[in-house]
Design a protein. Structure first.
Length: 299
């Protein structure tokens, strides 16, 4: 049943993406300079895409972008409009791919994301990356994975419990875009087990990884970077985002919320600034993220 629901979800998402892309023009000012596999297995989904601004040489800050897609959909090229848009502002942008459900659980995907970052860090000079200016972002399911990855960088016991590789770079700031930070909330919805069973893993609620699936930072962790949570009035995950922001803020960490509640020229929905980076609202949101990143360098 889970595989059937996953295939239906992917088919609907693919159709929506194809329809959207037919109306969009490829952003200018940046180009893909590399596409490489980060494991020796040469798995087609364990790949990264590297984007750089055109005409700019030398070392540049890096943004690691973990794509969304409900844990079942997408690859390292899914956010190519968004990644090019960010790269044109003077960044190396790394589109991070990972294996998908039902082949991979969220833990497998998290391990993939960590391996991808380790690979890029190892090859940073070749890509022209300044590792002293490293940032992380992710949208939807990618927001979930990037938030868990963040925790592995500051919580040794959590990283060891999930058997995730240690990422040898200091992340200066993070932006979670419409993140699905609490998958167990959704997994409690009737009939959701068919979808989330493959994401959580064998045994579902009895899985040893079930209680580790949600993003929560225990109080008192050191080295936690500033975090920006973004959502909007039309985001079906806005309650999840707001819950995660409140929990993180209450735990005493440096975090901010960008919540677009007002009606605008476009109907804003889930990950609007990633899907349609050319919209004026998206430009404002994405610039706010970049400003947040740059502000973290002043500390």
């Amino acid at each position: 049943m889970g595989k059937i629901i996953g295939k239906m979800f992917c088919a609907m998402t693919t159709a929506a993406d194809q329809k959207r892309l037919r109306t969009q023009t490829l952003p200018t000012g940046a180009e893909k300079v590399a596409e490489e596999c980060y494991t020796p297995d040469n798995h087609p989904l364990q790949r990264v895409s590297i984007y750089r601004p055109e005409g700019i040489e030398g070392l540049l800050p890096v943004i690691f972008d973990v794509h969304g897609g409900g844990w079942y959909y997408g690859d390292h090229n899914l956010n190519f409009h968004y990644d090019r848009t960010l790269a044109a502002q003077g960044y190396v942008v790394v589109g991070v791919g990972y294996r998908l459900a039902p082949e991979a659980t969220y833990v497998d995907q998290l391990r993939d994301v960590a391996k991808a970052l380790c690979y890029v860090v190892e090859h940073a000079p070749r890509f022209g990356i300044d590792l002293s200016r490293a940032f992380l972002t992710g949208d939807s399911a990618g927001g979930h994975l990037s938030s868990l990855l963040l925790r592995t960088t500051v919580d040794h016991d959590y990283r060891v419990s999930l058997q995730v590789d240690e990422v040898p770079v200091h992340i200066r700031a993070v932006c979670f875009t419409c993140g699905a930070h609490h998958p167990t909330n959704m997994a409690k919805i009737p009939l959701a087990r068919a979808f989330f069973g493959s994401v959580i893993g064998k045994g579902y609620r009895r899985s040893p990884y079930y209680d580790l699936a949600d993003f929560r930072l225990p109080e008192g962790l050191e080295g936690v970077p500033p975090m920006l949570f973004t959502t909007c009035y039309g985001d079906f995950l806005r309650k999840d985002v707001l819950q995660s922001f409140e929990e993180t803020h209450s735990a005493g960490y440096d975090c901010r919320l960008l919540f677009r509640e007002e009606q605008t020229n476009h109907k804003l929905g889930h990950v609007y600034n990633v899907l349609c980076p050319e919209w004026e609202e998206s430009i404002e949101t994405n610039q706010a993220m970049l400003d947040f990143f740059e502000e973290s360098l002043l500390d």
